[in-house]
Design a binder for this molecule. Structure first.
Ligand code: GDP
Length: 332
């Protein structure tokens, strides 16, 4: 087990004047944005700002410009995106491509207009080619065709990486991008049609246990491999990168270790306490066979994940029971 360079938030605070900066977190209510807000608050950030989507639609260019130029943040972390699992991505490619292009372009153009010199753009490991050599290095970007089930989202995020690079080249901005692996944690989306696999498993097994169902049917063959990073680990990586990383090349944020979806299903079922059968609907897509990130570059900067999968699933399950299952008046 590696010792993280920033073992405590106090150590991190000592190296970067978070208490002097005003940070705008785009997407601050989402899975990623809310974790970044928690991490910034623990780091003693001067001020963190964000607007709910009901207050500011980031697809609206003029409103986004006015809000960001008016607020004049020192730093922007862009965690705003239309996100979804394999089914949502492949069913609504127009929405995933268009909304993400609009959101990221509007935020970055407004950041430039507001003269924000430090910005972090977050994407996803699906930007890499379907048949990239595993583990996937940052240099694999644009070396082959994408996985069809999420290529609309990936095309938008790839454009975002190049837009970051373009601002560095044309305007000398110190903007960066980072590509996290599959994330999970509190404030995730637990809607079965649009969610990613881990929250879907939590919900499916929870509801089956509560109703006494003998089996649960999940999607695909169970053979694809994925890695799962707790979003609080990603948030620590994001703060560290804002402090020390300043390169046009995107940087991977992952565990460096993956598992078959079948094994994830067993882990989540065991945490939830569902003891019935798990059945696989092979008419549903598997998606990318494997997308394990090479994390050499971020590990060299001193960041390592700290939350073990079983612990992270257990705390996320507690959060789900308290905030989603109970709030919906459903089974708990
Ligand atoms: P991906 O990483 O972009 O492929 O997105 P997902 O997290 O949606 O899916 C990961 C894998 O889990 C795919 O192979 C899915 O077929 C599989 N999977 C199995 N059951 C489910 C489910 O109930 N929901 C989702 N979203 N994926 C599932």
């Amino acid at each position: 087990m590696h010792e993280p360079r920033y073992a405590t938030m106090a150590a991190m605070r000592a190296e970067f004047p978070w208490n002097d900066v005003k940070v705008y977190v785009a997407g601050h209510n989402g899975l990623v944005g809310s974790a970044i807000v928690r991490a910034l608050e623990s780091a003693g950030v001067g001020e963190v700002i964000g607007w709910r989507s009901s207050e500011l639609d980031l697809r609206d260019r003029e409103a986004t410009h006015d809000a960001i130029v008016g607020a004049k943040p020192d730093v922007i972390i862009d965690a705003a995106a239309r996100v979804g699992g394999i089914m949502a991505n492949s069913t609504y490619p127009v929405d995933f491509l268009k909304d993400n292009l609009l959101i990221q372009t509007n935020v970055m153009d407004a950041a430039h207009a507001a003269d924000v010199d430090r910005l972090l753009f977050l994407g996803s490991s699906c930007i890499y080619p379907r048949h990239a050599t595993q583990p996937i290095r940052e240099t694999s970007l644009m070396t082959g065709p994408l996985e069809p089930t999420n290529q609309a989202y990936a095309m938008a995020k790839i454009s975002g990486i190049f837009y970051i690079e373009a601002h560095r080249t044309q305007y000398g901005r110190h903007w960066i991008s980072a590509m996290p692996t599959n994330l999970y944690g509190p404030n995730d989306n637990f809607d079965l049609q649009s969610s990613h696999v881990l929250p879907a498993f939590i919900r499916r097994f929870h509801e089956a246990k509560a109703s006494g169902a003998p089996s649960v049917t999940v999607w695909g063959t169970g053979a694809p491999r994925r890695e799962f990073l707790h979003v609080d680990d990603l948030a620590q990586a994001a703060l560290m990168l804002m402090q020390v990383y300043d390169s046009a090349q995107t940087i991977n944020v992952g565990l460096g270790d993956d598992m078959p979806i079948r094994e994830l299903a067993e882990t989540v079922a065991s945490v939830v306490g569902f003891e019935g059968a798990i059945e696989w609907d092979t008419s549903k897509p598997d998606g990318m066979p494997r997308k394990l990130l090479d994390t050499t570059r971020i590990n060299e900067l001193g960041w390592y994940p700290t939350i073990k999968l079983r612990d992270g699933v257990a705390s996320t399950y507690d959060w789900y029971v308290a905030n989603v299952a109970h709030a919906a008046g459903g089974v708990a």
